[in-house]
Write a protein that binds this ligand. Structure first.
Ligand SMILES: *[C@@H]1O[C@H](CO)[C@@H](O)[C@H](O)[C@H]1NC(C)=O
Ligand SMILES: *[C@@H]1O[C@H](CO)[C@@H](O)[C@H](O)[C@H]1NC(C)=O
Ligand SMILES: *[C@@H]1O[C@H](CO)[C@@H](O)[C@H](O)[C@H]1NC(C)=O
Ligand SMILES: *[C@@H]1O[C@H](CO)[C@@H](O)[C@H](O)[C@H]1NC(C)=O
Ligand SMILES: CC(=O)N[C@H]1CO[C@H](CO)[C@@H](O)[C@@H]1O
Length: 465
């Protein structure tokens, strides 16, 4: 008898787990969750990239639903599009809207638009149909002829910024006009680009489109871009700054940008998570987005929690929640949504006609579906160190509490909700090795409380409405 008790399923029944939510204590406003299909990954979903065989129409719909549909998939609400800078679309390059140099920054540019934009116009429309309203257009580089090294690859600087001298002159206004023209083309296609960035990972020089900039050089361009957007009727488009490979690298850019008077020329601050993980809030009153991160080195895995490796779902669920709670992020974007890859750089793998979804996507789904744009993060405290939690007051009045049980025993947990209307129903959603966001319900008690058993090594969403 005693033995069977000792070897029963591990439940920390003796521990009184308590999570206390206080809706009256508000933190940052959430902008959403997302991914990118830059570098012609959009064409891989579309089925027009490479030699084929191509994805079938049914599987294409499934991939789009997995990414953007809030009922069938992750409900991502942000699409990060790449603004092309290359002379053509060989390999996976993103062709520029001005592929040929006009010769000088003062000569009338010759813009080219085919309505495709490296597959991203089609993808933007598909995303829009599924509820996406936040389109972050981000250039990896200016076209080569606007840069010190005359190529859009291998770093180089924008001509006209500090230490960016070019024989052909100062191209800052020409590049600002170029970005405005990109916004106009999208507007004509019926897509409102809401956020814009002028570079990607400005701290590294790499073999693909890239452009170097420190905080001073960032300010040198943004002081031209910002008034141009306002003058051209795009004053509502939010301007990004930062976008370096990691938190420390972006933090250095922020310091220089602010100390040289650049704070007034951007609306939100961005960073990637690669070289230095999000670990503290940036010293800025503006919204912060983690705009790109992925496990680039691990072999493709669809697992939630097996070996504790970086590509597994529970790792990403934790990374997203920590970026929000510890680093004050308002948005969190994975690198690629879906692509043909043998690594974990996408959430969904496309291989010829085959598609496969990872548990990372179901981790994202807890955030994408139940923390909608415009929600405020509110206070959530856990008495148990392995129950990592956060809570959000959605604009539609619903309240979402997210919990990741990082422990190796099921945790019966009591929730107390303060400062919220009385409620009778709590819908739950569970993801672990055996479940992909499976619905259920929690036992509601009196006076704004409810109770639930949170399985070991799982994530649960609790939606109160
Ligand atoms: C395409 O652009 C690349 C530079 O990105 C250049 O090396 C190549 O010659 C171009 N190819 C064609 C067919 O124009
Ligand atoms: C968190 O971000 C918001 C903007 O989204 C800002 O107002 C607030 O001051 C930030 N808080 C901290 C602790 O950095
Ligand atoms: C794609 O499928 C082919 C054929 O089934 C297989 O040989 C290959 O390893 C797969 N590639 C990836 C990246 O999974
Ligand atoms: C759709 O994807 C599934 C999963 O990879 C695959 O088994 C199936 O053959 C694909 N359907 C078509 C019509 O290609
Ligand atoms: C073609 C060329 O000059 N490329 C240079 C661009 O600038 C980077 C440094 O920023 C150099 O490494 C490349 O050789």
């Amino acid at each position: 008898m005693l033995l069977s008790l000792l070897y029963a399923a591990p439940v920390a029944a003796a521990i009184a787990n308590q999570i206390t939510v206080d809706v009256r204590q508000k933190f940052q406003k959430m902008d959403g969750f997302g991914a990118s299909e830059a570098f012609q990954r959009a064409n891989q979903i579309k089925g027009t990239f490479g030699p084929g065989p191509y994805i079938s129409p049914d599987n294409r719909t499934k991939v789009l639903d997995w990414l953007f549909d809030p009922h069938k998939g992750a409900g991502l609400t942000i699409l990060r599009n790449g603004i092309g800078s290359s002379p053509n679309n060989t390999a996976d390059h993103m062709v520029s809207i001005e592929p040929v140099s006009p010769g000088s920054p003062h000569t009338k540019p010759h813009y080219v638009w085919t309505g495709d934009d490296n597959g991203q116009v089609w993808l933007s429309k598909e995303a829009y149909k599924r509820g996406v309203r936040t389109f972050y257009a981000d250039a990896w580089s200016a076209p080569g002829y606007m840069k010190t090294n005359n190529t859009d690859d291998w770093g180089g600087r924008l001509c006209g910024v500090t230490n960016g001298h070019c024989e052909t002159g100062d191209w800052r206004q020409a590049f600002a006009n170029y970005l405005v023209q990109y916004l106009k083309f999208y507007k004509e296609e019926g897509i409102t680009v809401t956020h814009i960035g002028h570079l990607n990972e400005p701290d590294i020089s790499v073999s693909y489109a890239s452009m170097l900039a420190d905080g001073i050089q960032t300010k040198d361009f943004l002081e031209v871009l910002y008034p141009t957007l306002h003058r051209e009727g795009f004053g509502n488009v939010k301007v990004a700054a930062g976008e370096a490979t990691g938190w420390r690298q972006s933090g250095d850019i922020l310091s220089d940008l602010v100390s040289t008077g650049g704070e007034q020329f951007y609306d939100f601050f961005t960073s990637h998570g690669y070289q230095d993980e999000p670990r503290l809030p940036f010293d800025t009153p503006k919204p912060v987005w983690q705009t790109e991160w992925a496990d680039l080195s691990g072999g493709w895995t669809t697992d939630w929690d097996t070996f504790g490796q970086d590509g597994e779902g529970i790792q990403w669920a934790n990374k997203i929640q920590e970026a929000i709670v510890i680093s004050n992020c308002s948005a969190f974007l994975y690198w690629i949504g879906a692509e043909n890859s043998g690594s974990n750089s996408p959430l969904i793998k496309i291989n010829g006609t085959d598609i496969e979804v990872s548990k990372r996507l179901w981790g994202f789904a807890h955030f994408g579906r139940y923390v909608r744009p415009g929600a405020y993060r509110v206070s959530a405290e856990s008495t148990n160190g392995v129950l990592h939690t956060s809570a959000y007051a959605n604009a539609d009045g619903s309240l979402t509490v997210l919990v990741i049980n990082n422990g190796h025993y099921d945790a019966v947990t009591n929730f107390a909700v303060n400062g919220y209307k009385s409620f009778k129903k709590v819908t739950t959603w569970l993801t672990n090795n055996d479940h992909d966001i499976t619905p259920g319900s929690a036992r509601v008690g009196g006076r704004g409380s409810f109770e639930a058993r949170i399985p070991q090594r799982s994530m649960m969403s609790f939606v109160i409405s």
